[in-house]
Write a protein that binds this ligand. Structure first.
Ligand SMILES: CC(C)(COP(=O)(O)OP(=O)(O)OC[C@H]1O[C@@H](n2cnc3c(N)ncnc32)[C@H](O)[C@@H]1OP(=O)(O)O)[C@@H](O)C(=O)NCCC(=O)NCCS
Length: 199
């Protein structure tokens, strides 16, 4: 038997969570002296996502999107925020005090292969506080639970910070002959949980 409150709600309508009680898929973490919420992206995050992309530095934009364009077309923002969390997922970090999106990591499963391609970006004022590592570990946990054997990502060869970050997380770095500007970062997932952990 449900509680009186549950019985009085119409089917399929649960009350919105109050700000201090995140939904079940939300993790609350304290980083650099402030509270962040980490959770899967939702379509309603579109506006915050557009603003987040607008705040990225030209260098970070280029490292993430391989272009320095600050404004993505609306269809692209919709595509980035409306993911099914089955063939593709994206996990965001939200600054609790302001509601701003401050980081995102995503993984798109490659059709017919047990592989997913990842991408990550953390806004400048939140970098080097452990957020990228936290997001990437959560993504690695998602990939393992979804039975993927490998995660791969393309990194510009000049992106020394990301190459160091990826190798510390256990990714192997491969230079493709004929593509000197790009390094492929690869993480095998079918062994026991490695540095990426189970999270
Ligand atoms: C690469 C990137 C995602 C890393 O994010 P981040 O939040 O800075 O990552 P972390 O803070 O977890 O780790 C970065 C470094 O800071 C260190 N660090 C973590 N917490 C720290 C703290 N409290 N104080 C000082 N250093 C810290 C980490 O040890 C790590 O060092 P390492 O690379 O030598 O291992 C970020 O720099 C970024 O968004 N770059 C632009 C986009 C990009 O390049 N994307 C890659 C294309 S897919």
């Amino acid at each position: 038997m449900g509680s009186p409150a549950a019985n009085s709600s119409p089917p399929n309508s649960s009350p919105p969570s109050p700000p201090d009680r995140p939904a079940d898929d939300t993790e609350r973490v304290s980083l650099g002296g402030e509270w962040l919420q980490i959770r899967p992206i939702r379509p309603s995050d579109a506006r915050a996502h557009r603003e987040f992309v607008g705040r990225l530095s030209p260098a970070d934009l280029r490292f993430r999107f391989f272009t320095a364009v600050h404004e993505l077309p609306e269809e692209e923002i919709t595509r980035l925020t409306s993911v099914d969390h089955i063939t593709e997922t994206a996990i965001i970090a939200i600054r609790e005090a302001s509601g701003e999106t401050v980081g995102v990591v995503r993984l798109a499963c490659l059709p017919g292969r047990r592989e997913g391609e990842f991408a990550i970006v953390v806004q400048e004022d939140m970098q080097r506080k452990g957020l990228g590592t936290l997001l990437m570990r959560r993504l690695i946990g998602w990939a393992r639970r979804h039975g993927l054997a490998r995660m791969i990502g393309e990194v510009l060869a000049e992106n020394a910070e990301m190459l160091k970050f990826a190798s510390h997380l256990g990714f192997e770095l491969h230079r493709e002959p004929g593509a000197p500007d790009v390094v492929e970062a690869r993480l095998a997932l079918n062994g026991p949980a490695g540095p990426g952990g189970a999270g």
